[in-house]
Design a binder for this molecule. Sequence first.
Ligand code: NAP
Length: 127
Amino acid sequence: MSTVNKKGVACVTGGSGYIASALIKMLLEKGYAVKTTVRNPDDTAKNSHLRELQALGPLTVLRADLDEEGSFDEAVAGCDYAFLVAAPVNLETENAEVRGHHRTQWRRTQKNQGVAEITAKKMHAVI
Ligand SMILES: NC(=O)c1ccc[n+]([C@@H]2O[C@H](COP(=O)([O-])OP(=O)(O)OC[C@H]3O[C@@H](n4cnc5c(N)ncnc54)[C@H](OP(=O)(O)O)[C@@H]3O)[C@@H](O)[C@H]2O)c1
């Protein structure tokens, strides 16, 4: 994917998910280049919609898992914006300790890559 893009490059994590898919579509339609992550890029049943979205603009799909240290570094590298949308939607694992660990992982990646996370407040300015 060319990183030369008029609007910039956005990382959207959890590209197989509902919210991330809609956000990726919106960003591509607005002219952003997008890097997204999924846990298993080979899972065509889960990720086929991403192939279709690639027709809209530059979209790169990378593998990353919140449970793996440094897993998002490649996805966030070179991005102007980063949206943390990936989240375990599983009541059994959704406890404060796991959420805290995932949040720490993400903040470390953002800091290392020098990219600010887009919060809901700032999101309207981007999209
Ligand atoms: N849907 C709504 O109406 C709504 C409304 C308000 C807020 N939200 C919030 O938005 C976020 C996403 O919701 P959603 O509805 O889009 O959920 P979703 O469709 O279930 O998507 C969740 C995504 O998170 C990824 N994921 C889960 N565990 C992961 C891990 N350990 N490492 C990396 N990726 C992981 C999944 O990837 P895999 O495919 O690899 O499992 C999937 O792409 C959640 O925090 C949810 O609470 C949703």
